[in-house]
Write a protein that binds this ligand. Structure first.
Ligand code: FES
Length: 154
């Protein structure tokens, strides 16, 4: 993913009229474009929105999707909520960790592996999201096939 520059941060803040109450929407706009919120962007947003750095940092820390570490090219999320756990998401997560040789919240050469707490796909659990697309009833072999497809699309 690309790094966000100061002018882009300024432009995104301007789209929301530099309103402090739009901080979550501003962060969403940044993360949807860049995948993460670097420390220098947190500092700049505090200035742009006339907030303290702690205010911005607190919101970033609260939401899972507002990463402060640059993610890999691909983001794989495995649901850890109750319905998916009942259908084997813990075992699937262990399989994913081995397949990708990383732990949850880590990034290898091209993939970031993250937990997520319900993808709204409980009827088709266990559910996985890969690069924003949700997949249901994912077992180990289907997970491996999804990784192959993901990498095949590079
Ligand atoms: S509990 Fe996993 S999608 Fe809802």
């Amino acid at each position: 993913m690309a790094r966000i520059d100061e002018q882009t941060t300024r432009d995104i803040a301007a789209q929301f009229d530099h309103k402090a109450e739009m901080l979550v929407q501003i962060l969403q706009a940044i993360v949807s474009r860049y995948g993460w919120v670097p420390a220098e962007t947190i500092r700049q947003l505090a200035e742009e929105l006339n907030l303290s750095r702690a205010d911005v940092h607190g919101v970033v820390e609260y939401y899972h999707d507002f990463r402060t570490i640059e993610p890999g090219k691909h983001i794989v999320k495995i649901c850890q909520a109750e319905a998916c756990q009942a259908m084997g998401s813990r075992e699937l997560t262990e399989h994913a960790k081995k397949a990708l040789t990383i732990e949850l919240h880590d990034t290898n050469d091209d993939v970031t592996l993250e937990p997520v707490y319900c993808l709204g796909n409980c009827a088709c659990s266990p559910a996985v999201m890969i690069d924003g697309k949700t997949h249901g009833r994912v077992d180990e072999s289907r997970f491996d096939a999804l990784l192959d497809t993901m990498r095949g699309n590079d």
